[in-house]
Design a binder for this molecule. Sequence first.
Ligand code: UD1
Length: 430
Amino acid sequence: MEKYRICGGRPLVGAVDISGAKNAVLPILAAVVLTEEVCCIENIPNIADVSTSLEILTALGATVRRLDAHTIEIDPGHLLTHVVPHDLSCHMRASYYFLGSLLGRFGVARTSMPGGCNFGVRPIDLHLKGFRALGAEVPGQLDNGMIEVKAESLVGNAVYLDQVSVGATVNIMLAAVRARGLTVIENAAKEPHIVDLANFLNSMGADVRGAGTDVIKIRGVEYLRGANYSIIPDQIEAGTYMAAAVATGGNVLVRGVIPKHLESITAKLEEMGAVIEELEDEDAVRVSCNKPLRHCTVKTMPHPGFPTDMQPQIAVLLSIAEGTSFLTENIWDNRFKYISELRRMGADVQVNGNTAVFQGVPRLSGAPVKADDLRAGAAMIIAALCASGVSTIDNICYIERGYEEIVEKLQALGADIERIYVPSSTSQAM
Ligand code: UD1
């Protein structure tokens, strides 16, 4: 069993390079099966969810070749099957993007209900509503845990999303790019990764317009060609290092970012007293903080609001900000499980429904804690970095699903963090 051991109290100082965005690369890897030609994708982060996506592509019959640490060539010309193996799809929520892309390529797709982080009910009814609108048959119930969608032919249509959903927007885009006629997605998600997917599809010859607004229009094309494409930087990884810099009273240059994507995060950190300088020419932001944090109110919203994927990380800052702070989660109904771990480190937090109320404490103290999910795990790291004493973090496999070389990147910023091996029989005691 592996854990992180962190000795807190050191300000993070230096520069960190941000990897390609997890939430962009996973839909884009699924989109590759929409062409029969070779695609070359650059700026791919080395994270576990990417490995799972590449295994899925290989299992489908694609040839996957790594050209360098962050560049991968994929030849999907000779796919053998439209079935995503259960043992791969159950590990990762984004496996459901292969439903849209395989449906677009073959008119049929089969996968199991997706896995991924558990923060409440994660329905896929809007994805299925979109597939139905395009003419696909969608079963009323699962077949042996698997879901199969199929269509004689896909025909463009209007789809209104009752709720803004990143996943449903992606899946409908994937199914619609090779459908006949025009698809209009209303109340679409506007996240940077939606725009990145649209740019990738357009570079393959698709006709997708309006990505980044709440109406996306997709005129289907018969044929998509191979493409070379570079993934955008990870907004959430950048936000995580920004929050870590602030929590530790450090001074960090966060490089390789698109500052515009960070605006909602920057605004909250500044409100709390951090100093953030956007260096547009260098694609970087400098983040520093040398005074006590001020309390504030944060509400998660679809983009361009404050991202739900930064909610646990900002919670650590609210734990140590002076006064009373409020954090409201508007996307998921059960994304506060990690609060009990923060309390073990001395945070004073009460959860009322979808709002957590923080009475700031001067300092957290190190403790053995666990990662409840990917972003909750990132929050535990930030908490441990700013706490006094030693913390250990369990369940790090969640963290490694979405953060490339997090230990090495933090060590380079001066953090006292290491990966330790603990025999599983003794791990409970730590
Ligand atoms: C969401 C976040 C995304 C984040 C990811 C993981 C938003 C809008 N999306 O994306 O930024 O990276 O979680 O934390 O902030 N829903 C339905 N039916 C559906 C699909 C979704 O009711 O078919 C609901 C969900 O229950 C949820 C909301 O819509 O309350 C947003 O879900 P969605 O955007 O699809 O989730 P993800 O794509 O996982």
